[in-house]
Every structure is written in structure tokens, then in C-alpha cells.
Design a protein around this ligand. Structure first.
Ligand code: UDP
Length: 349
């Protein structure tokens, strides 16, 4: 049985991926400093190593004492707005941390990694069109820059050291496991769906729409929401893809912008449904699913928000045979609502 180390396994997407890995027959070890993750997001069938990816001695011990076959790396700060205020903290955690992890992997002879990247590597799309992986990388905040810098390390590591990697560029992660057992919990919460659910549950007095004068049909921003379980599934498929490279089973079909050497491999895939929903459509869906009404306020635009961010994820569908199971926005909202209702800290005072 192959053993996968999962830094950031106590976070939102990490914890769902742990479940999918276990269900797919992998042995799984989570690693997390619990700065943003939650111990109780890791179910008791998974070992948790508490520590930081910036701590090289800790990582050396982890790789010496466990026989790791590959890494799925989620550990990072994720708030784009926060990254503008504290860029060095983001570069230290996301870039220096990933560099330390990659060096520790290299010295331990672990040559496979699936990396949690983001649509933020593209920055502001030129004209409201779906994004392909080859689109220009012009991040507009340090968060996007930090993720793109790590992708560059992966690309260059393929050619120089035979590193095998896949970067998965998520659009807007949403939903939760359908049983509501694990889900999205950020503190402070800034993401749209959990905030609208808080308004529906009376935990917050209202929801603010950040900008209603964008160049979109209803004037509010359009995003591509993708269910967290579909993201988790894509990670396991990416991992299987990297293991299949060892057996020579794959015609990788890399494009010219990707890197493939005799032994190394780097590729990147967008993960989204390819369908855009506006902020207003999300609010209407929450009203419908929860059967509640609540106050909606118009507020100024939020800095750094592109009007339209939608994936063309054909490449992941073709190369990874990935088929999202929960592409209906109402399902994502329903599952997120189940988790929020179950979790006591979200209940109104
Ligand atoms: N948004 C909003 N009100 C909120 C939170 C978010 O109008 O209270 C908007 C935000 O401006 C963006 C969209 O909802 O257009 C999705 O934002 P989110 O933070 O969930 O994800 P992002 O697209 O920034 O990764």
C-alpha cells in the first residue's frame, strides 16, 4: 500500500482529500501546524503529525521515520486580500515553506508531488472568457504570485532533478462532504457561500454584495464554483497519474509549455465546472435552498476582484478522466448548509 504525506491535511480541501485517499486504498499521513486547520477535521483513521513545513529538521525526521511514496501539498495561507497586507508572511509560508518541503523531499528521494495551486495565478482575465491553462500568468496579488512561484519550482525541478508534479489550479471551492461531517471553516470567514449561509442562519445580520456595476449581466462578479469532493477526487486522480508515469503506461500528451524529461514531469490542470454564477445567483440559490429571506446590501467593489473567473477544465477531464459529480450549485449550497447547521460555532447567539 502506498503512503501519502498530506501537508495542510487539516484544512478544508485537505481534509476532504484525506477521506478520498483512504477510500481509494492509500495509506495517509496528515501534517499540519493547525494555524488554520482543525484537529477534528482529521478523522481517527488518519495519523496527524503536528508541525510546520518551514521546519527542515521536523521534515527530515518525518521522511526518516516514515516511508513516504508521494506528497499532496495543501499547506498555505489562502486569503488574497490578506496577502496584500502581509506579503512577506505569504512568501515565507507559501514560497519558503514549499521550498523547504521540496528540498526535504529531494534529499529523502521522494519524487512525486501534487500541488494545491489556484486560478489566482492568471490574475485578471483579458476579456470575460473561460481560462485555459496556457493563459498568461499575471497574478494581481502576493497570494497568486506565491502559488505561481512554487509552480515554477516544480517546472524547473522536473528538468533538473526528475521531480514529478501536477499543479491543480482551483477555481472557487465550495460545498462539503454530503454527510456534513467535515466542511469549510475559516476564521475570519471571507468566502461568499459560507457568509451568505451565515446571513440565512441569522449568524450575521446581512450579506454585502461587493460591487454591482461590473461588466456582467446582473452587474455582480461571476465565479466558477466547484464542489470540494470533486476537487478531492481530482487530487487522487492526479496522484494516480504520477504513479502511472513510473510504469510507463501513460502517453502524457504534454503541451509545449509543459515540461517532460525522461524522468521528470510537470503539468498543470484547471479545476472548475466551466459554468459561471454571479454573486446574486449565489444569494438567490441560498434563499431557495434554506427557505429563508435576509437582508442584502450593496457595497463598494473589493480590491483585486476580477469580474469574471471561469475555468475551461477540458484538460483535466481528458488527461485525468475527471468528471465532477456535484456540478449543481444548489447541491454545493445544500451540503455546505448541512455542515454549518451541524457545527455549533456557527449557531446564532
Ligand atoms: N463577495 C461578496 N460579498 C462577500 C464575500 C464575497 O460580494 O461578503 C464576492 C466577491 O467580491 C467575489 C465573489 O463573491 O466576487 C466570490 O468571492 P470569494 O471570496 O468567495 O472567492 P474569490 O473569488 O475571491 O476567491
Amino acid at each position: 500500500m502506498k503512503t501519502i504525506l498530506v501537508p495542510g491535511g487539516a484544512g478544508f480541501i485537505g481534509s476532504h482529500t484525506l477521506r478520498t485517499l483512504k477510500a481509494s486504498g492509500y495509506n495517509v499521513i496528515a501534517l499540519d501546524n493547525l494555524s488554520n486547520g482543525h484537529r477534528d477535521s482529521i478523522e481517527n483513521t488518519v495519523e496527524l503529525l503536528e508541525g510546520d513545513i518551514r521546519d527542515r529538521n521536523f521534515l527530515n525526521t518525518v521522511f526518516k521515520t516514515h516511508s513516504i511514496d508521494a506528497v499532496i501539498h495543501f499547506a498555505a495561507f489562502i486569503e488574497a486580500g490578506e496577502s496584500v497586507k502581509a506579503p512577506l508572511a505569504f512568501y515565507e509560508n507559501n514560497v519558503a515553506g514549499s521550498l523547504t518541503l521540496l528540498n526535504a523531499m529531494k534529499d529523502a528521494g521522494v519524487d512525486k508531488i501534487v500541488f494545491s495551486s489556484t486560478a489566482a495565478v492568471y490574475g485578471q482575465p483579458e476579456n470575460n472568457q473561460k481560462l485555459l491553462e496556457g493563459a498568461k500568468k499575471h497574478p494581481i496579488n502576493p497570494y497568486g504570485d506565491s502559488k505561481w512561484m512554487v509552480e515554477c519550482m516544480l517546472r524547473d525541478g522536473a528538468a533538473a532533478y526528475g521531480l514529478k508534479s501536477i499543479a491543480l489550479r482551483y477555481f472557487n471551492a465550495a460545498g462539503s462532504a454530503p454527510d456534513g461531517g467535515i466542511g469549510e471553516r475559516h476564521d475570519p470567514e471571507t468566502h461568499l457561500i459560507p457568509l451568505v449561509l451565515d446571513a440565512a442562519m441569522g449568524v450575521r445580520p446581512s450579506i454585502k454584495i461587493f460591487g454591482n456595476d461590473y461588466d456582467t449581466p446582473d452587474g455582480t462578479c461571476i465565479r466558477d464554483y466547484i464542489h470540494v469532493c470533486d476537487l478531492a477526487d481530482a487530487h487522487v486522480r492526479a496522484l494516480d497519474h504520477l504513479f502511472a508515469l513510473d510504469t510507463g503506461e501513460l502517453d502524457t500528451g504534454n503541451s509545449a509549455s509543459d515540461t517532460e524529461t525522461n524522468t521528470g514531469f510537470y503539468d498543470a490542470f484547471n479545476l472548475g465546472n466551466g459554468k459561471g454564477f454571479s454573486v446574486r445567483q449565489v444569494i438567490d440559490t441560498v434563499k431557495e435552498v434554506t427557505g429563508t429571506d435576509f437582508t442584502v446590501e450593496n457595497a463598494p467593489r473589493r480590491a483585486g476582484d476580477p469580474a469574471f473567473l471561469v475555468a475551461d477544465a477540458t484538460k483535466a477531464r481528458n488527461a485525468l478522466n475527471w468528471r465532477p459529480q456535484y456540478s449543481d450549485l444548489a447541491d454545493m449550497v445544500r451540503h455546505a448548509y448541512a455542515f454549518r447547521r451541524r457545527h455549533s460555532s456557527f449557531k446564532a447567539a
